[in-house]
Design a protein around this ligand. Sequence first.
Ligand code: SF4
Length: 163
Amino acid sequence: MSTLKVAGFLEHSTVNGEGFRSVLFLSGCLHHCPGCHNPEMQSFEYGDDVPINVILAKIKKNLPLIDGITLSGGDPFEQATSLILLLKEVKALGLSIWAYTGYTYEQLLQEPKFKPMLELTDVLVDGPFIKALKTDTKKYVGSSNQRIFKLLNGQIEKELFFS
Ligand code: SF4
């Protein structure tokens, strides 16, 4: 049974993406942004090894309340290969997938191992947190360099702006 290294799980949130969402925090991040909001989650050893079917059951428990799930961390793309199994099941439930990452969209495109996860992602919030660009006014991001893209099959459909 495949597992993911999980740093945390929020049953419901309205601040980690549009609508009502369960949030899965994945351990491990290579970006080391100064001022990181979850520094403990940068470690690939932080958290628990949780079987994918257990995570899926937790998500299912929140149906039909939730609109989707949000992947945060850490950088979820560091566990992209293992995440695919979960994300396919989540999509089959009709739920949307938001993913936060410290990589830019352009950087993700350069790594073939990230492609399947990008193709399953509905909304990507990209780029590292940059302390000097910290914002409290741009919804769903921590710094103004970060962008929110609506994706379709891994391609940018449009950039989203929320107020
Ligand atoms: S990408 Fe996110 S989790 Fe990773 S160091 Fe930057 S702020 Fe922290």
